[in-house]
Design a protein around this ligand. Sequence first.
Ligand code: ACO
Length: 698
Amino acid sequence: MNGMLQPKSVAVIGASATEGKIGHTVMVNLQESKYEGPIYPINPKTERILGIKCYKSVLDVEGLIDAAIITVPAKFVSNIVDECGKKGVKGLLVITSGFSEVGDEALEEEIVKKAHSYGMRVLGPNIVGICSNSDNFNGSFAPFLPYDGSASLVSQSGALLIGIDAQTYTRGIGFDKLISIGNMSDVNFADMIEWLDQDQNTSCISLYVEGLKDGKRVIDNGIKAKKPIIALKSGVSAHGAAAAASHTGSLAGTSKIYKSAFAQAGIIQASDLDNLFDRTLVLSLQPPMIGDNVLIITNGGGVGVLATDSAEKFGVPLKFAPENLQAELKNYMPSFGSAKNPVDLTGMAGADWYHDTVSIGFKHEWVNGLVILYCETAMTDPLAIAKSIKKAVEETGIEDKPIIVSFVGGERSEKAMRWLVENGIPAYGGPDVALNAMGALKEYAHIRESSKQKPELFDDVNKEKAIKIIQKARKENRDALTEIESKQVFSAYGLDITHAKIATSEEKALSLAEEIGFPIVMKIVSPDILHKSDAGGVKVDVNSVDDVKKFYNEIIENAKAYKKDAEILGVVIQEMAPWGTEVILGSVNDPTFGPTVMFGLGGIFVEVLKDVTFRVAPFSKMQANEMMNEIEAAPILNGVRGEAPKDKKKLNETICRYAFMVSDLKEEISESDANPVLVYDKGDGLKVADARIILTKR
Ligand code: ACO
């Protein structure tokens, strides 16, 4: 990887003397970026390119070659890989298009297989290349090295990378490396996170992601990373939802799972390209915000109010500053100013007042993050204000607290903000953007801590029993377990289920009802009917012998009417659990991340509002807690309108056990639902009232 991404020598295979060709542009870029290592153009028809001696093949080059940049048409690439392998090249940057992106997976696999057989890594194919300021290396056909800075970007879109490259100058946001990752035939995002985390010139990692190939490793490497990572994910369609067999499957859209998986990996998400730049800037220059207290200092009431609104929106709501801080600040404002928070220095504020209040605010132990707002006035010089802010911050010597600035003004303000960014203080034109950035620093502090918690694993489970139940169903060529079997599997993993037995005759139904005790629930058992209520196959609160007789036959008739050829195995007679708050737990085997658990409140919350959340299994207690707290309906679990709080401790354990179960049985379970789970008051536990497991296809 090092040889390929930071080469000491490069060959350009398909280097061309013809202007306008990619093989020519790469040569020009290498020279213009003042690349210091030897450059070996390879082209059988040419003697010299841009004054450099040209070789017919890499095998003719006397010196060592770290990286080969390939710019010949796809049909020639395979032979070139062989030659590079024989030459001992370390890695291939394959700019050439025409592989899996146009359906030729076989050719792509062939070049990776060959490359690996020689110990070479492959970046691409279908890439723009790599730009690196710290290596003076523009091994790409992007127009120039990016505006210099300490963030590094990995982009799955080549065109977007080129656009971003140019925008780094107009936005004044600096990057050390821009890396185009293309089809990810070999090197993928997980590799890049690992590598950039070790790169001494990268302070923060930015990703533009269309889809991940090795999601689980991205999560693992994200958790291990010491540097902040920000991802912009495009493509938010709910793939596969229509075909999903379980409830959970139909609610699991790609974007929701990606969102949760990124958070689990400690990766901050960006909402759009602007936000990717803005968040990259703040995370590349400032430490995380640890704590809840943001202090805003402003010279204008209007921007102060706008910032207050945004603070709430972006998860850093303002509180009044403590009395002793207010008292100190009051010395630096007129009597009509305000020291509460936002601290309003009024339009009279000049560089001195900014200096002194920033100094007091930044040093105060209550303050966890400082936002400085300034509206350009005729009496003040934005650059002087910027310099006074920087000076005050520097004098405090504090490096573990963030500061963010927003200047609202014209060209003079723009210039001052550039100066601030060049001097390590992120500055934005809008107060909302500044507060979004502070929100990102707080979110980063939180998800970094949360992502490092160990997942809950359980050793009191009976996997053998679960596998036996599954094997029996497989032998009978079934790809779904019955409700009773599903509950037995849940029970083997320590989940509290409602007891149920199956009746295959009216008489058996009666004797089971008497054994379990009224009231009971009766439900159809058929591998062909997954949505039992829709089929008229569920009767609750059955209270008498007469009703058992009546409903037994009615349920079977309803099922037959619903699906003529449905195989009917009988009717479940189940204890009627007392009413509780209905929640739903479920799982899907996501193609990118593997087993993923869904949680939400039942009924309309899940059916209509789709108020659900996901986590890749297994996960920690802290993450199970986050799941309970982040759904819109969360307050219901805390007890509303005089109701007692629900048993969140038991629910937390149940969510963790469920996650452990679906990850422990990932080869077997494709989708599952526990719906409803009835949660009782604090201390009274819960019951899984219905269960469904769909098996993986064999
Ligand atoms: N060894 C060395 N040189 C060779 C060999 C070989 N085996 N075979 C051919 N060449 C030379 C050619 O003679 C030519 O040199 P010349 O100009 O002196 O004649 C040079 O290699 C290039 O070959 P061409 O056939 O002229 O190919 P061209 O330059 O038109 O296209 C390219 C090659 C750029 C790789 C093209 O096939 C391609 O894939 N283009 C798309 C690349 C791309 O966009 N990638 C990023 C995707 S992301 C985004 O969309 C921005």
